[in-house]
Design a protein around this ligand. Structure first.
Ligand code: MN
Length: 279
């Protein structure tokens, strides 16, 4: 990533580890990538999670150790299932739009013995809500629109585009959070500026939202994730030993495979001195 990149982390925080199985949410940019290297994240490993790449502006090319090579643009979903182990690289292509703004999300898998996989969804379903309001469904189902993305626990992600007021139907057995990515949004009467995030808890059957046409927010939800997780670097596991084994395998070139044309591998940082603890 360019040296001037601004990254905001919404999950995990000190107060909250997960929303459903969502266990990591970063927003990067918007950055001017017209000159300079743009995003340059070399090959690095993952276990125990799915990565969701969602762009608001710009273009990124994904390559992984399964041999996938895929450009992604706004409105499209890259869903990589790390499972027992995968490596990938994400870079700005040489010819690209001048700005880059996106989200990186992780979904904790309920088990790590899931085979690695990669899927690109270019044509996600859109739920038309009240006039001027629509929701593109990345994961799960909202307003009768169901995403084809394969996930492993009851989960939701949708990008809601405002231009009026509407009542978004929610599953009351899910917990939810919203992240404002453009414009300004009013959620249940509360004004949320761009970049803000609100945890909404459980037992809501709908959400009253309003905003001008630029108002855009990501709605995340899922059944509360009750298993304990050990999260370190790019790994999600159940035990500290599982994490240490993944780190050792990456450092010695085992398990994860190679990323063709991925550039320079990212070395693992040293393990912390104390024992990794579940959260
Ligand atoms: Mn990654």
């Amino acid at each position: 990533m360019g040296e001037s990149t601004t990254v905001s982390r919404y999950l995990p925080t000190r107060a909250r580890t997960t929303v459903g199985a969502w266990c990591f949410v970063d927003r990067y940019g918007p950055d001017d990538v017209a000159t300079g290297p743009g995003m340059q994240v070399g090959p690095h490993p993952h276990i125990g999670l799915q990565t969701v790449t969602w762009l608001l502006e710009g273009e990124v090319v994904h390559r992984d150790s399964l041999g996938s090579a895929q450009a992604i643009r706004p409105g499209q979903l890259n869903l990589m299932t790390a499972g027992s182990g995968i490596a990938h690289a994400e870079v700005s292509p040489p010819a690209r739009p001048p700005r880059l703004h996106g989200l990186q999300l992780w979904v904790a898998l309920p088990a790590t013995d899931v085979p690695p996989a990669f899927a690109h969804h270019a044509d996600l379903p859109v739920a038309e809500m009240d006039p001027g309001v629509s929701a593109r469904v990345l994961v799960g189902e909202l307003g009768g629109a169901r995403s084809p993305a394969a996930v492993h626990s009851p989960l939701l992600a949708a990008e809601v585009h405002l231009g009026g007021r509407t009542m978004v139907p929610l599953q009351s057995d899910y917990e939810h959070a919203v992240l404002v990515v453009d414009g300004a949004v009013t959620i249940e009467g509360r004004d949320l500026p761009v970049g803000s995030c609100a945890y909404l808890g459980r037992r809501r059957s709908n959400l009253v939202v309003a905003g001008a046409p630029s108002g855009t927010f990501l709605l995340l939800g899922g059944e509360p994730f009750t298993q304990s997780l050990v999260m370190w670097w790019n790994f999600v596991g159940r035990t500290a030993d599982e994490i240490a084994a993944a780190r050792a395998d990456w450092e010695s070139g085992r398990r994860f495979g190679d990323v063709a044309l991925g550039g320079e591998r990212v070395p693992a940082p040293p393990l912390p001195v104390g024992r990794l603890k579940p959260r």
